[in-house]
Design a protein around this ligand. Structure first.
Ligand SMILES: Cc1cc2nc3c(=O)[nH]c(=O)nc-3n(C[C@H](O)[C@H](O)[C@H](O)COP(=O)(O)OP(=O)(O)OC[C@H]3O[C@@H](n4cnc5c(N)ncnc54)[C@H](O)[C@@H]3O)c2cc1C
Length: 461
C-alpha cells in the first residue's frame, strides 16, 4: 500500500518521494529535535512550486494528514507528522539578493545561514534568529527574533511578500496590496494558511559587527541580570543583547578551569564600528565584576549568526518552554537564578531575547503577532544528547516555567512551545488578534487541511 502511494505521487513530482521502504527513510524523517520521533507515510521532497501544488492536491484528495517542513527545527516537530504526508521544502534553496532595492527573495527550504551567506556578500542582512541552521520558513511565520530585532524589528516586520500554495492547490502572492488579509495573518500566524514557496524580505546594511559572548561566574548572576535589565532600555538599538543563565561548555575554546560550571552570560551584537560598540558595552561592564571571559570583537555578522551552531548539532534532545516578559523585578531574577541552578544538563539554558525598540513601533494589529508591548521573549530549554535524560529535561523545564511564569505575561512566542501546551496557549499568545486569524483561516483553509502547526481553528459560519 505504502509503495503504491509513493509511486503514484512520484509520477507527478520532479523531486523525490520517500516512503517507509526506502533505505534513507530514517534519515529523511529525522528532525532537529531528537526527542521527536515521527513516522510519516511519505515525504515529498519538492523541487519547485509545481511539486508543491501537486503534493498539496495529492495529500488533500487522498485525505492524508499534511505537515509542512522548512528547516525541520521546530521544537515539537511540527514539520512532520505520523502516518501522513510531509511536504518537505528543504531542496528549494534559491536566494536572490537585489542590492539596488536591498531586497532578498528566499526559497522556503533555506536556513537562515543560507540567506546570511548570500546577503553578507552585499553588506546586507535580514533579521533572523541566533542559530544559522534554523529554517527561514518556520521562524518567519512564527515571528522571528534575533540580534537585529531591536533596530529592524521581527523577521515578519521585514517581510514584503510571500508566494503561497493554498489548500485548494491554487497559487497566490500575498503582500500589502494582494490578499492583504492573508499577508496580515502570515506574519505571525504560523503555517496555518498555506504552503509558502518563496519569501521576499527587506534587508538592511549589516556587515562587520562588534559581537560575541561575555560569561560571568554564576555567583555574579544577580548583579549581571540587574545591570543588563537597567542597561537595555538605555542602549542604542544597534545593540542586540540577550542575557542567559547557562553552563560554561566543556569544550575548546572555553577556559578549561571553568568547564561545566554554571554561569551567567550576555551575548551581544552591535551593528556598527567596533570602537563604538566597545563604548556602548563599557556602560554595562563598568558596574560589574570581571567576567570569566569577554570574547566580543569585530566579526562578520554571518559568522556571529553561526557561532552557536557547533554547540547545537542536529539530534539533541530539546524540551522548550516560553513566555513573553514585560519587566524583570528583582524577585523574578532571584527565581530565575534558583531554578537555573537546578539545570539537569550542561547545555540546558534560559535566554531572554529583547523584543523592544522597532518591534514596539509596529501597531499591535498591523500583523498577527500580538505581544508587541513585551520587553523580552523568554525561552527555557532543557537540552542534552542522551535520550534517557528526556524526562529530566521535561521535569526541569516545567518546574522552572511554573516558578517564573507568575512574573510574566500570559502568552508566549509560538515558536517556543512544545505540543503539550499548544492547545491552551496559542489563543492566549495571539490575544485580540486570534478572532481575525480564525476568520482568515476560515476563508483560506476552511477544512483545516494545514493543521500540523500552532493551530488556529477556522471561525464558524
Ligand atoms: C536551535 C534553535 C534556535 C532557535 N533560535 C531562534 C531564534 O533565535 N529566534 C527565533 O525566532 N526562533 C528561534 N528558534 C525557533 C524557530 O523559529 C522554530 O523552531 C521554527 O519552527 C523553525 O522553523 P523551521 O522551518 O526550521 O521548522 P519546521 O520544523 O520545518 O517547520 C515548523 C512549522 O513551520 C511551518 N512551516 C514550515 N515551513 C513552512 C512553509 N514553507 N509554509 C508554511 N508553513 C511552514 C509549519 O507549520 C511547520 O509545522 C530556534 C529553534 C532552534 C531549534
Amino acid at each position: 500500500m505504502t509503495d503504491q502511494i509513493v509511486s503514484t505521487l512520484q509520477q507527478t513530482l520532479r523531486g523525490r518521494v520517500i516512503g517507509r521502504n526506502d533505505a534513507d527513510y530514517d534519515t529523511a524523517r529525522a528532525l532537529y529535535n531528537g526527542m521527536i520521533d515521527k513516522r510519516p507515510r511519505l515525504i515529498a521532497r519538492c523541487a519547485d512550486v509545481a511539486d508543491v501544488i501537486a503534493a498539496v492536491n495529492f495529500g488533500r484528495d487522498q485525505g492524508l494528514l499534511i505537515a509542512i517542513r522548512g528547516g525541520g527545527h521546530n521544537g515539537p516537530g511540527l514539520g512532520s507528522c505520523d502516518d501522513g504526508l510531509v511536504i518537505d521544502l528543504s531542496m528549494m534553496k534559491s536566494v536572490r539578493v537585489d542590492p539596488a532595492s536591498r531586497t532578498v527573495r528566499v526559497d522556503a527550504g533555506c536556513t537562515s545561514g543560507d540567506v546570511d551567506h548570500a546577503t553578507h556578500a552585499f553588506g546586507l542582512a535580514v533579521p533572523f534568529g541566533i542559530v544559522s541552521t534554523t529554517g527561514v520558513a518556520g521562524l518567519t511565520l512564527g515571528g522571528g527574533t534575533g540580534y537585529l530585532t531591536r533596530k529592524y524589528g521581527l523577521t515578519i516586520d521585514n517581510l514584503l511578500e510571500a508566494d503561497l500554495v493554498l489548500a485548494d492547490g491554487s497559487f497566490v502572492t500575498a503582500s500589502k496590496s494582494q490578499h492583504s488579509d492573508l499577508f496580515w495573518a502570515l506574519r505571525g500566524g504560523g503555517g496555518n494558511f498555506a504552503v509558502v514557496t518563496t519569501f521576499l524580505f527587506q534587508a538592511h546594511p549589516v556587515s562587520a559587527v562588534y559581537a560575541g559572548p561575555i560569561f560571568w561566574e554564576a555567583t555574579h548572576a544577580e548583579a549581571v541580570m540587574r545591570a543588563y535589565r537597567d542597561f537595555l532600555p538605555t542602549a542604542p538599538e544597534e545593540l542586540g543583547a540577550f542575557v542567559g543563565l547557562k553552563t560554561v561548555p566543556s569544550v575548546e575554546p572555553f577556559p578549561k578551569d571553568y568547564w561545566g560550571r554554571r554561569a551567567c552570560a550576555v551575548i551581544s551584537s552591535y551593528n556598527g564600528p567596533a570602537a563604538e560598540g566597545e563604548k556602548v558595552m563599557a556602560r554595562l561592564l563598568e558596574s560589574l565584576p570581571a567576567p570569566i571571559f569577554n570574547w566580543m570583537g569585530a566579526v562578520p555578522f554571518s559568522a556571529m549568526q553561526a557561532s552557536f551552531d557547533p554547540l547545537f548539532p542536529k539530534g539533541l534532545q530539546w524540551y522548550w518552554k516560553g513566555d513573553f516578559v514585560k519587566s524583570l523585578p528583582d524577585a523574578a531574577i532571584n527565581t530565575h537564578i534558583v531554578q537555573a541552578a537546578k539545570a539537569p544538563s550542561e547545555l540546558s539554558l534560559m535566554h531572554l531575547y529583547p523584543i523592544d525598540g522597532a518591534v514596539r513601533r509596529v501597531p499591535k494589529d498591523a500583523t498577527a503577532w500580538n505581544t508587541r508591548d513585551a520587553t523580552w521573549s523568554m525561552v527555557i530549554a532543557g537540552i542534552d544528547p542522551d535520550p534517557s535524560r528526556a524526562d529530566a529535561l521535561k521535569t526541569w523545564g516545567r518546574a522552572y516555567w511554573k516558578a517564573v511564569h507568575p512574573f510574566n505575561l500570559e502568552g508566549a512566542y509560538v515558536n517556543f512551545m512544545m505540543d503539550d501546551e499548544l492547545e491552551g496557549r496559542v489563543q492566549a499568545s495571539y490575544g485580540e488578534n486570534y478572532k481575525r486569524l480564525a476568520s482568515v483561516k476560515a476563508k483560506y483553509d476552511p477544512k483545516n487541511l494545514f493543521r500540523v502547526n500552532q493551530n488556529i481553528l477556522p471561525a464558524g459560519p
